[in-house]
Design a protein around this ligand. Structure first.
Ligand code: FAD
Length: 375
């Protein structure tokens, strides 16, 4: 098979230190490097990445059968070198085959086909698009949805800068990006469902879902993020934002799986039908009049669980930031779960939008709440 190739040599950084950090980080994300010919080799979505440290430079070679795979592998290397060396992105110059793509290869334009209410606070949107194959898998079930500003009739979608980084429009045409779970997907038929929580203080995601109508278009990128690893005994827990993920994970578990699912919702009317293995107990927790993100009932229920000593157990939790933090610490320090036995993800953060959550700044400190309330 013909392979397209690219390589770069990045100078002025501590090459060995950066390489060690990259390899460790990629290993944590299930991308294990194996020793090759004078380099560490990584298979990534059909591409082969080879990394090596020389006394004065870090070398990366990428080979892939398609432009898309070459681009994805190149950008994986690019972002990780920048992240772990803090170098100027311009220091990373590539030689080899050129990449001729108008848009990031993951980008898809989604068209709303149908909108329905799963419950009083959850709206399902079915989207249509072409070439969904890269999204149709049970390992990476999360995606980024890209929302134009309300009222913009001819949105500008992301393009690629000469160095390959995606470029987004600014000003009135700026795009908002939010993380969601692909609840159901059929790449052959060309559709996917996303379940949106219609929460208070709606940001671009919830606000868009509240007015979604057939024929509207938003963007899609991804997929990404890790998910639960099947085990003999499993605890799946989360609030309503994690309900789509718990539903999808539960449907794919082997029928002999034992365990429990704990799901926090507002009221009994927010409960949905779930297809879990018969040996998994399902318990709904009702927050009632308490605001989302302010009740401790999910954390308390998780900590009241009798997690077996092992050997084959796994805990997956998707919840508000503070709950996720305390549950993660409890699982590690009190239960003694290893990193391979748990995945606890902050799905959102009370008082911050997603961008602020990721950058760690508080919306209140930045005066963002007042800004949003007045907009
Ligand atoms: C991997 C992953 C998968 C996810 N999957 C889904 C999914 O399938 N469906 C889904 O609905 N969400 C999902 N989420 C959560 C979703 O990304 C966040 O809720 C996100 O903040 C919603 O964006 P927004 O534009 O509506 O609000 P933002 O602009 O991000 O936030 C605006 C305000 O709303 C608050 N807020 C955000 N979420 C909630 C909430 N649930 N309840 C109350 N207040 C909230 C924020 O604290 C902030 O004050 C997922 C998150 C992750 C990390």
């Amino acid at each position: 098979m013909t392979h397209l190739r690219l390589s770069t040599a990045v100078r002025g950084i501590d090459a060995q230190k950066v390489l060690d950090a990259m390899l460790e980080h990629l290993r944590e994300h299930d991308l294990a490097a194996v020793p090759g010919e004078g380099a560490w080799d990584i298979d990534y979505s059909g591409a082969r990445i080879s990394l090596s440290a020389k006394p004065d430079s870090l070398h990366a070679h990428v080979a892939a059968p398609t432009q898309e795979a070459l681009y994805d592998a190149k950008m994986l290397v690019f972002y990780h070198i920048v992240e772990f060396s803090s170098c100027d992105p311009e220091a990373i110059q590539w030689q080899g085959d050129s990449i001729q793509l108008a848009r990031p290869p993951a980008f898809r334009l989604l068209t709303v086909e149908a909108v329905s209410d799963v419950g009083p606070h959850m709206r399902r949107v079915r989207f249509r698009t072409e070439e969904l194959a890269r999204y149709h898998q049970d390992e990476d079930i999360h995606c980024k949805l890209i929302f134009p500003q309300p009222g913009v009739r001819d949105p500008e979608w992301p393009t690629l800068a000469p160095n390959g980084t995606p470029q987004f429009p600014s000003g009135d045409k700026r795009l908002d990006i939010r993380t969601y779970t692909i609840r159901r997907i059929d790449a052959v038929q060309g559709w996917m469902d996303v379940d949106f929580v219609l929460h208070d203080d709606a940001g671009p995601g919830a606000a868009w879902a509240a007015q979604a109508a057939s024929g509207q278009q938003i963007g899609l990128s991804g997929p990404g993020g890790r998910t639960a690893q099947p085990a003999d005994w499993m605890l799946l827990a989360g609030d309503e934002t994690a309900l789509p993920a718990i539903a999808r994970i539960g449907e794919t578990l082997p029928s002999e799986t034992q365990g429990i699912a704990l799901i926090e919702v507002q009221t009994p009317a927010d409960q949905v039908e779930l297809r879990l293995p018969p040996g998994m107990r399902l318990r709904w927790l009702h927050r009632g009049t308490a605001a989302a993100g302010t009740a401790s009932l999910l954390k308390d229920a998780i900590q009241a669980c009798a997690i077996p000593d092992g050997p084959d157990r796994y805990v997956w939790v998707g919840a508000e930031f503070a709950t996720a933090q305390s549950v993660r610490a409890w699982l590690r320090d009190t239960v003694g779960l290893s990193g391979k036995e748990q995945l606890v993800v902050a799905y959102w953060r009370y008082g911050m939008d997603e961008t602020q959550m990721k950058s760690g700044a508080t919306r209140r400190a930045a005066g963002g709440a007042a800004e949003k309330a007045s907009s």
